[in-house]
Design a protein around this ligand. Structure first.
Ligand code: NAP
Length: 281
């Protein structure tokens, strides 16, 4: 038995509403068990109207922090005492750290997960080698674009069904971001070395997404954020063009690392066993 409630276990969890769908407990409890940490990670259903009181209660009860999921990712920023630069820039948080004085820091680790996932497949990948093409302009796109910019990408071309949302991101994230028409895929791909689907197209229950990538550079890396299914039509189509592909499962796993490290004082690793647990879940 790893957990010992008499020895003041370390506490963390995930808050959302609803919360039963969250995969975070599966992931964090795998690491707690693997590293034999005396700690607990629990899912907590928090209604929007109870968010402030719930955070206060978790701090009071000695939690080290929590993950934050829908619908609290944006609202939590105005409740936290501070936010990391990346959470402020993205305008949403998915991880909270509580310090000994009870101060709450909001972080967004999606961009970190995105970068680590690519580097785990392809340690030589560098964003600075060429323009990136991002399909989609939702919450995940902001994190991905922020990560690409911080890695030195020369430019990011956003294509989104609702153009105004792409324009708002471009305005917010600076002059290396440009908006291209959703249907101008061929033009957008010209010279691109990193190509990412951040739309929900291709997810179970959604229409599939198989754009013509024939204009992409042969060196391009093609990444899908969708992880259910893991091997999407988008990735299959890219492989048919001879392009290297990276699935979205790794991002889901890597984005959890900073929280676990902060709360439980161990830097966990993403391994094949963990991937297999998720693939078979
Ligand atoms: P979101 O904020 O709701 O954004 C959804 C995006 O998909 C928008 O750009 C939307 O375009 C586009 N879209 C939806 N239906 C479409 C359609 N029929 N045709 C064209 N575009 C369509 O969602 P999100 O949080 O960014 O998440 C997006 C995807 O990324 C989801 O599949 C999610 O599971 C995945 N994700 C994965 C990870 C990971 O760790 N791997 C992390 C975060 C998110 P409009 O603006 O035109 O509506």
């Amino acid at each position: 038995m790893v957990n010992n409630i008499n020895k003041k276990p370390l506490l963390a969890g995930v808050i959302g509403h609803p919360i039963s769908h969250s995969k975070s407990p599966l992931l964090q409890n795998y690491w707690l068990s693997r590293y034999e940490i005396n700690g607990f990670y629990i899912p907590i259903d928090v209604r929007p109207q109870d968010l402030i009181k719930s955070i206060e209660a978790l701090v009071l009860l000695g939690f080290r922090g929590v993950n934050v999921t829908i619908p609290h990712k944006v609202a939590i920023l105005s409740i936290a005492d501070t936010a990391t630069d990346r959470a402020s820039m993205i305008g949403a948080a998915n991880t909270l750290y509580f310090n000994k004085e009870g101060k709450v820091t909001a972080d967004n680790t999606d961009g970190y997960g995105f970068k680590q996932n690519i580097k785990s497949y392809d340690p030589l990948w560098e964003a600075r080698t060429g323009p990136a093409v991002v399909f989609g302009a939702g919450g995940a796109a902001k994190a991905v674009i922020h990560a690409l910019l911080s890695e030195g990408v020369p430019s990011v071309r956003i294509l989104n069904r609702t153009r105004i949302k792409a324009e708002m991101i471009a305005e917010h994230l600076g002059n290396r971001v440009e908006v291209i028409d959703w249907y101008a895929i061929k033009e957008a791909l010209n010279g691109a070395t990193t190509i990412i689907n951040t739309t929900s197209l291709g997810m179970v229950g959604q229409p599939s997404f198989k754009p013509d990538l024939s204009n992409a550079s042969p060196e391009a890396r093609v990444i899908d954020l969708v992880y259910n299914p893991v091997d999407t039509e988008f990735l299959k189509g890219a492989r048919q063009q001879g392009l290297k592909t990276i699935d979205g499962l790794g991002m889901l796993l890597y984005q959890a690392e900073p929280g676990f490290t902060n709360w439980f004082n161990v830097t966990p690793s993403v391994d094949e066993k963990l991937r297999a647990i998720f693939l078979n879940d």
